[in-house]
Design a binder for this molecule. Structure first.
Ligand SMILES: NC(=O)c1ccc[n+]([C@@H]2O[C@H](COP(=O)([O-])OP(=O)(O)OC[C@H]3O[C@@H](n4cnc5c(N)ncnc54)[C@H](O)[C@@H]3O)[C@@H](O)[C@H]2O)c1
Length: 275
């Protein structure tokens, strides 16, 4: 019987993937998933030592060469240098996971009430969450066009890019001993990511570059019990996500398994957005 090996469609052997925000709670899982399916991974994040150490761990564990690159995705010169470094190492780039997002160095400014939110902080977050995706997509998309073989770009949004946060879940909610909420700039930046993905999907379709959004729901990562309970109660599956549960959707979007999928948003949220 002459038929496609469906399993083979997920194989990323011989591919190079760039993951921004690769040291994050989800970022590390995304890098590991891509490496396990055979890709060489460029782990891109702010801290040089930690990106290199994590890349070494990946190389050792998955027997695929990974490299760590320090890069502030909001800086055009950093992004340019990062892409040059990946090309120098691997010659080509096939997958970009635009995934970095900033929680800001100043958490008081980040979590400030909307009425008092500073324009400086708004721009600061936008410069990473949105401008950073623009810069990386522009640089790596251009590289993919030069290579002439297409590619796959995946951009991480958030459930709060498609829904407004229910403010009731924040009463008594803490994360790492700090009262939490979701600032408007986060929602606005994550909604914009979906628009950017759709635009680029249409714009680069003729170049065979597919562009999709991956939208995670809230993952459990140290929030207090009050938050976990309130968030879980709002979710049809009755619980928060686990970071590992976001990875399979990425592998699908990164690989040939999704060869006819572009401009879409895969929402991995335990059904939160379904009711
Ligand atoms: N964890 C969740 O529950 C959740 C839910 C919905 C969406 N998301 C989204 O998923 C993505 C990954 O989330 P995460 O939980 O791993 O976040 P995280 O905060 O743990 O990691 C984000 C990473 O981005 C890096 N980063 C910040 N600014 C940067 C910059 N200027 N240049 C390069 N790197 C920078 C940070 O150093 C960090 O390692 C983010 O886009 C986030 O908004 C996460």
């Amino acid at each position: 019987m002459n038929r496609t090996s469906y399993k083979e469609l997920f194989n990323l052997e011989g591919k190079t993937a760039v993951v921004t925000g690769g040291l994050g709670i989800l970022g590390k899982r995304f890098c590991a998933g891509l490496a396990e399916f055979g890709a060489n991974v460029a782990v891109v994040d702010l801290d040089e030592k930690r990106t290199k150490a994590f890349a070494q761990e990946l190389t050792k564990h998955y027997q695929k060469k990974s490299i760590g690159i320090a890069c502030d995705v909001s800086s055009p010169s950093d992004v340019k240098a990062m892409v040059a470094r990946v090309v120098e190492e691997f010659a080509e780039i096939h997958i970009l996971h635009n995934n970095a997002a900033s929680k800001s160095a100043d958490l008081n400014a980040f979590f400030a009430p909307f009425e008092e939110y500073s324009l400086v902080e708004w721009r600061n977050i936008m410069s990473v969450n949105l401008d950073g995706m623009f810069l990386a997509a522009q640089a790596i998309g251009s590289q993919m066009i030069k290579q002439g073989k297409g590619g796959s770009i995946i951009q991480t949004s958030s459930i709060y890019g498609i829904l407004g946060p229910d403010q009731r879940i924040y009463e008594g909610s803490y994360y790492l001993e700090r009262k939490i909420n979701t600032p408007a700039v986060y929602s606005a930046s994550k909604a914009a990511v979906i628009g950017l993905s759709k635009y680029l999907a249409a714009y680069w379709a003729d170049k065979k570059i597919r562009v999709n959004t991956l939208t995670p729901g809230g993952s459990e990562s140290g929030q207090n019990d009050v938050f976990v309970k309130k968030y879980s109660a709002r979710t049809p599956l009755g619980r928060m996500g686990r970071p590992d549960e976001m990875v399979a959707a990425l592998i699908f979007l990164a690989s040939e398994a999704s060869s006819y999928v572009t401009g879409q948003n895969i929402v991995v949220d335990g059904g939160l957005s379904a009711w």
